[in-house]
Design a protein. Structure first.
Length: 84
């Protein structure tokens, strides 16, 4: 079992990045997925043991087929938030 494995999903919408489901070491929070999302990125912070280095990743876990809209919104709002 890992020492810590926390994550937050961030949804890119026409309004900007919106927080989605998240999991801390002590709880999981569910939020409705926006119907107009064009991309979902999972920000994860993983610590395999108290002696290891913190691994931080931002992975795209879902994208719509509208690549031009994704590019437009990414240009306007930037990358997904880099925090839980």
């Amino acid at each position: 079992m890992s020492a810590s494995n926390e994550w937050t999903e961030w949804h890119l919408t026409p309004r900007g990045w919106e927080e989605g489901d998240s999991k801390t070491d002590f709880a999981k929070n569910s939020k409705p997925t926006p119907k107009d999302r064009v991309q979902t990125v999972e920000h994860r912070e993983f610590l395999s043991s108290s002696f290891s280095r913190l691994e931080v990743t931002n992975d795209i876990i879902w994208s719509s087929d509208d690549e031009s809209l994704i590019a437009e919104l990414r240009a306007k709002f930037g990358d997904a938030p880099n925090h839980l």
